[in-house]
Design a protein around this ligand. Sequence first.
Ligand code: AMP
Length: 176
Amino acid sequence: MNNPILLNNLRNVPDFPVPGIQFKDVTTLFKNAECMRVMLDELYELYKDKGITKVVGIESRGFVMGAALAVRLGAGFVMCRKPGKLPADTIRETYMKEYGKDTIEIHSDAIAPDDVVLLHDDLLATGGSMKAALNLVNKFKPAKVYVNFLIELTIEGLNGRKVFPRGTDITTLMRI
Ligand code: AMP
């Protein structure tokens, strides 16, 4: 947790995409080979004994470590995408954002009832997008669902964890 090499390489971009937002830019972690190794090692240690059979990554920054971790765990990888991107039959979930609504989709044959699923994204802010992804994944009634983020924002009183049902198994590599 809060490995200095990750904290030191994470770029903060003030006022992106709108004034007042401190954007945590994970591209500076992804371009650094040592940071990639550290993140993958830490994720693997957290989930190596959980019997994960599917890692679900949320578009698009959740695809990077999600896919790498799936390979390391010997699990499959599933994409949770913005509407209209997935080619076959999908199920979708619409959720409220600060301004307006957003929707995410997953292929309707992506997960089986005997799957142990790890949902992964880069960052937890309000938790709205991951909660929608969790709702989607739960529709498949998988054996177990875990949730992981690289970064958990704790600044400005954000407490994204509170939107998840009690007992949801959530881990993060950095809390900032
Ligand atoms: P939320 O649904 O509010 O938890 O927002 C999480 C999603 O929005 C993640 O996919 C993040 O990539 C992105 N996001 C929200 N706030 C930030 C931020 N301050 N810095 C970087 N990404 C953010």
